[in-house]
Design a protein around this ligand. Structure first.
Ligand SMILES: CSCCC(=O)/C(O)=C/O
Ligand SMILES: [Fe+2]
Length: 187
């Protein structure tokens, strides 16, 4: 099950969960309203089969792997900072978590941050044009498969990117799917 919540308004440390009290959780149906799709691969020990099925069904014909960890990723601290800059892409951002964990923060239709915890077996699709960012958590380790259609384009366009075609199309498609803080409260 997806674990997502409205982010604390002034997070002290990006790597902490930053759950305000009370925590307002966000379900998979709410995420889908503004274009974020969440899937779970159940057999993580042999994820290739399920992932290939997903790739074929959705036309993701290119993939690579990235490990975000101090030992594995050159310029680790700079990259962690860069991934946490609010940005959009012109293509969908599709990530399957092989190992480790981290947080994707996405903006909903009211421009509020929602934090999504991703762990081994989680597959997340962020649509082109959605404002988002990523951070590792305090474990400082995540290994993900990145999926693309055709030639991979992972250029990040930092906010503001209001005039970009991908952003305009995103806003037009999802402006109606609004989810507010008051929709679902749990202590
Ligand atoms: C967890 S994948 C690396 C980060 C990235 O590619 C991205 O665009 C984050 O938003
Ligand atoms: Fe991104």
């Amino acid at each position: 099950m997806v674990s997502a919540w409205f982010l604390d308004r002034s997070p002290a440390d990006q790597k902490l969960p930053n759950k305000p009290s009370p925590t307002v959780h966000v379900g998979v149906n709410e995420l889908a309203k503004f274009g974020v799709d969440y899937y779970k691969i159940t057999n993580t020990a042999n994820f290739d089969e399920e992932l290939n099925e997903f790739r074929q069904k959705h036309g993701y014909d290119y993939s690579d792997e990235i490990t975000i960890n101090k030992e594995k990723l050159p310029n680790y601290d700079d990259k962690v900072k860069m991934f946490y800059e609010e940005h959009i892409h012109t293509d969908d951002e599709v990530r399957y978590v092989v190992e480790g964990s981290g947080y994707f923060d996405v903006r909903n239709a009211n421009d509020e941050w929602i934090r999504i915890l991703v762990e081994s077996g989680d597959l997340l699709v962020l649509p082109a044009g959605i404002y988002h960012r990523f951070t590792v958590d305090t474990n400082d380790y995540i290994k993900v498969v990145r999926l693309f259609k055709g030639v991979p384009v992972w250029t990040a366009h930092n906010r503001p990117a209001e005039e970009m075609d991908a952003r305009l199309k995103y806003v037009q498609k999802y402006a109606e799917g609004q989810q507010t803080r008051s929709a679902q409260v749990s202590l």
